[in-house]
Design a binder for this molecule. Sequence first.
Ligand code: GRF
Length: 191
Amino acid sequence: KRFAIFASGSGSNAEAIWQAIVDGQLSAECVLLVTDNPAATVLERAERYNIPSFSFTPKSYASKEEFEEEILVLLNSLQVDYIVLAGYMRLIGNVLLSAYPNNILNIHPSLLPAFPGKDAIGQALDANVPKSGATVHYVDSGMDTGPIIAQASVEIEGCDRTEATRRIQAIEHQLYPRVLQQVLNQQEVFK
Ligand code: GRF
């Protein structure tokens, strides 16, 4: 299967996915990185893994439909089967949702449905929960609301923000490539 990663920031999850391909743990082809932030660090990581990228500035389009249409042309030309969101900081609109029904995945740094939206790690720390984690789910039109595919949890009790973030990211980097291997190759997902 062929997939594109959408990311807005650092791209540590994108890198974990690309490394899993290099290591032979993920058999699928990442044919494109899409970013809405031309200054994102993920672009440097993409270069290191020889992943072609498309960056765009949402402000220079009249609407979400317009930039999603442009992205869709690119995805079609590259015969992309799946869209993999990895820290993509915007909601997917109708153009891409209807072009890729059930074929868009996201990772979120909490045990959904707890703590959707921004700063999920901060939300979990503020709520004093002993455990948090990461969730991979299908994307629908809501914010972190689509059907859950798999989760992994980790203790965060007594952690400061840096340590909680480190622990949650570490499990994200394990979970996402593993789930992609199963979903993209249509295997059963073991939680
Ligand atoms: C991750 O925690 C992911 O769950 C969330 O955004 C963060 C992206 O981090 N959606 P990175 O850019 O992959 O390092």
